[in-house]
Design a protein around this ligand. Structure first.
Ligand code: ATP
Length: 398
């Protein structure tokens, strides 16, 4: 087994919601430190932002920290980076630590990118020669070109992230890399480039990665810890188990996204009602045959149309498009029309979903109507997979 590079042992950090009280507590804590009085319990308006967190991280491991806003992820990362001190427990770090935590953190906005690289390198104890050796690689990776000689204060947020990541990952050559959600500010191309570099670094380093993008978490993390109100509620090498814990948290708080019909200019057709046929159960399972019926109001003389259905996950991401077999076209003859669609069996990972319906003309693919967020349903099952749609296949030894 590879060596442990990071150990958190019952780590806690408390904050105070009230600014005046927090200043007063700061003073009394300082006096307590001088007199050697141990800190007591929580005082009014204080709370544990990180509460009794323990874990080990080994070389080669990438830990994904996920959880809802305000759960305590960044606070933990700041403690790991030494930006703030824990109020309880101990943190043990072995090797160099590189961190990309807050936008522009560690950079002086008046100095140019070049000057900031040299200042940062000197603070980290690198010699001028070592910084020179790594400088071109940093600029090339950050793709800043001539902007490396502009003040960092004039950089766009994406440019600041580019320089911050290049310094943390290339100049520091860290044993432990701490990455916060701030990476999301970079454009997609840069994010992928960063994550590919993270993959390379993982050969010889440990990474802690805070993200709200489950796509990136499942792509890069070897373990996941789910935070809720400062505590780790799930710590697992089975990423799908972690995602399930996170989604469960979100689903109790959120309604399915976009429960509305889109306003389409000059709507000639309207979906009044959608209902599931032959299925009275609250939870749909993989064995259930699903059929839906739409109740439409329409103008006469419409061209031939097709019905399209998209299954969306609870955050509104389309995960499956359902089209009629052989482009079955519909020609309506009445102004009130029912339409039945047999969706058959679905094979989804357990979770909350909804359907989006659209009616398009066959000839010009013009959208006549669209209704999103309809028929919210729960798909049941025991095991959550990484991806929403599951396709089962036969595997044999060749
Ligand atoms: N300096 C501070 N003073 C007081 N409270 C703070 C301070 N920093 C953070 N907090 C509080 O600590 C809690 C945890 O914040 P933190 O930034 O760690 O959450 P997070 O999980 O990173 O959230 P997000 O996903 O939104 O980034 C929040 O309630 C936040 O308001």
């Amino acid at each position: 087994m590879s060596e442990i590079l990071l150990r958190c042992d019952h780590v806690g950090k408390k904050f105070c919601r009230d600014l005046k009280k927090s200043l007063w507590y700061g003073l009394t804590d300082l006096a307590g430190d001088i007199l050697g009085t141990p800190p007591g319990d929580l005082r009014p308006e204080e709370f544990w932002a990180v509460d009794d967190v323990s874990f080990d991280l080994r070389r080669g491991e990438c830990l994904g920290l996920i959880g809802r806003n305000g759960a305590g992820k960044t606070t933990l990362l700041k403690m790991l980076n030494g930006l703030i001190q824990p109020d309880a427990g101990k943190i043990m770090l072995r090797g160099r630590v590189g961190g990309l935590i807050a936008l522009g953190a560690g950079f002086d906005p008046i100095l140019t990118g070049r000057e900031n690289v040299f200042v940062n390198g000197s603070i980290l104890g690198l010699s001028k020669k070592q910084i020179h050796e790594r400088f071109d690689e940093i600029v090339e990776f950050a793709e800043l070109g001539k902007f490396i000689d502009s003040p960092v204060g004039n950089y766009s947020s994406g440019m600041q992230v580019r320089l911050g990541f290049a310094v943390a990952a290339i100049m520091i050559r860290p044993d432990i890399l701490l990455l916060d959600e701030v990476l999301a500010v970079g454009d997609l191309g840069f994010r992928l480039k960063c994550l590919n570099l993270v993959q390379e670094l993982l050969e010889d380093a440990a990474v802690v990665f805070v993200s709200h993008s489950m796509q990136f978490v499942t792509r890069f993390c070897t373990r996941v810890s789910v935070f809720s109100e400062g505590r780790i509620i799930c710590n697992s090498h089975d990423l799908s188990q972690g995602l399930q814990a996170y989604y469960t948290q979100c689903q109790t708080q959120l309604k399915v996204f976009g429960n509305t019909a889109a306003r389409i200019h000059n709507e000639k057709l309207r979906i009044n009602d959608v209902e599931v046929l032959d299925n009275q159960q609250a939870v749909i399972h993989g064995d259930d045959e699903l059929s839906v019926e739409l109740d439409l109001d329409l103008e006469t003389g419409l061209p031939e149309v097709e019905l399209r259905i998209t299954i969306e996950d609870f955050s509104g991401h389309p995960i499956l498009a359902i089209k009629p077999e052989q482009r079955e076209q519909l020609r309506f003859t009445k102004t009130k029309q029912g339409v039945r669609m047999d969706l058959g069996k679905l094979n989804l990972t357990p979770g909350k979903y909804c359907l989006m319906f659209a009616v398009v003309t066959v000839e010009r693919m013009e959208r006549l109507t669209r209704k999103a967020g309809t028929l919210e349903f729960q798909f049941g099952g025991d095991h959550v997979e990484w991806a929403a749609v599951i396709h089962e296949t036969r595997v044999r030894c060749a």
